[in-house]
Design a protein around this ligand. Structure first.
Ligand SMILES: Cc1cc2nc3c(=O)[nH]c(=O)nc-3n(C[C@H](O)[C@H](O)[C@H](O)COP(=O)(O)O)c2cc1C
Length: 332
């Protein structure tokens, strides 16, 4: 038995499960393991310091899998933007066939991707942005609810409402993102109108994820209350692990501080230190409320097959058992 959806059909993968882009985490070993499990993994383009490094990472991933995988291109409005056009060119030249865009409007990148036969899965955090992306011609939507790690947007609509509200207006394949970690989440997402799920935090806490073991153990030890929303007053909210650094950032900004007042605290180099050295208090690091559902550090293969097997059992067992045949239906 397997779960077939519009998402698996359109993106050519076995299971309706994706591993979205993750800065510092979405590297070859993890993405190849996700691909080998039959789910859809995305390398994170901007984790690679240069476009040439991305080309190497794509080649490295191909050495580890012959299954399809994609690349995440996070387009953030920054003062010194990375050379997006060059990263895009590398993606095209490498023959990648699926891209996850996120961060802002994907329009400037769509013609080149589509001209080269690349399918675009756009990740966004509101129904209006999903509808807009659909009208621009993207091939799929990943709708990211308030529960998610990283940037949940400013509307604070959790998946229970966001997913069916989006499903009512989205006709192209749509996966649900934010707060998913197990089979119950997958089945719930399908029931809410999605064609699959995207997970970040859950994949971060697997054997093949390249981050320090201490971080994985902190996720297992943590619960659903273990995150902070930083940059809220700046309207650039990010959900990160609650630690002394993130709590200080929240406090400074709540008191009217501005970005320069927290710049040193949120520096990327400090966040990287967390993942490389395992000091979970060294800086800010992304994780979502799904932390409350993550209780182990399995291999990616074990995780995906567990989610799929349990989802099938849930649908054909517990849920099917709830269906009571009416007396009238029994009448021949
Ligand atoms: C460590 C980490 C880094 C992330 N970095 C990015 C990123 O660079 N670009 C992006 O589009 N999403 C990023 N995300 C968000 C994930 O792709 C995904 O949308 C999110 O984790 C889903 O929520 P979940 O963690 O509850 O599964 C990141 C998530 C994590 C946990």
């Amino acid at each position: 038995m397997s779960l077939r959806t519009k998402f698996t059909e359109t993106f050519g993968v076995e299971h309706p499960i994706a591993q979205g882009g993750m800065q510092w985490v979405g590297r070859a070993e993890l993405v190849a393991a996700v691909a080998n499990s039959g789910a859809l993994g995305f390398l994170t383009a901007l984790t690679q310091p240069t476009p040439a490094d991305l080309a190497n990472e794509i080649a490295k991933t191909r050495d580890l899998t012959d299954k399809p995988f994609g690349v995440n291109l996070t387009i953030l409005p920054t003062i010194n933007p990375p050379p997006y056009d060059e990263y895009r060119q590398v993606i095209v030249d490498a023959g990648i066939k699926i891209v996850e865009t996120a961060g802002s409007n994907p329009a400037p990148h769509l013609p080149m991707f589509h001209d080269n036969g690349i399918k675009v899965l756009h990740k966004c955090t509101s129904v209006r942005h999903a509808v807009k992306a659909q009208s621009l011609g993207v091939d799929g939507i990943s709708i990211d609810g308030f529960e998610c790690a990283g940037h949940p947007g400013e509307d604070d609509i959790p998946g229970l409402v966001l997913i069916p509200a989006a499903a009512a207006q989205i006709e192209i394949p749509m996966i649900a993102s934010g707060g998913f970690a197990d089979a119950r989440g997958l089945v719930a997402a399908l029931a809410l109108g999605a064609d699959g799920i995207n997970m970040g935090s859950r994949f971060m806490c697997t054997v093949e994820s390249c981050i320090h073991q201490n971080v994985k153990e902190a996720i297992v030890a943590g619960d659903e209350r273990g995150t902070e929303l930083i940059f809220r007053p700046l309207r650039n909210t990010a959900r990160v692990a609650s630690n002394t650094v993130s709590r200080e950032v929240v406090e400074i900004l709540n008191k009217g501080g501005q970005f320069p007042d927290v710049q040193e605290l949120v520096a990327g180099v400090r966040g990287r230190k967390v993942f490389d050295d395992g000091d979970v208090e060294a800086g800010i690091w992304s994780v979502g409320t799904a932390m409350g559902l993550i209780n182990d550090i399995p291999t990616v293969g074990e995780l995906v097959s567990r989610i799929v097997t349990e989802a099938e059992e849930l649908i054909s067992g517990r849920l099917a058992d709830m269906l009571e045949v009416d007396d009238e239906e029994n009448v021949a």
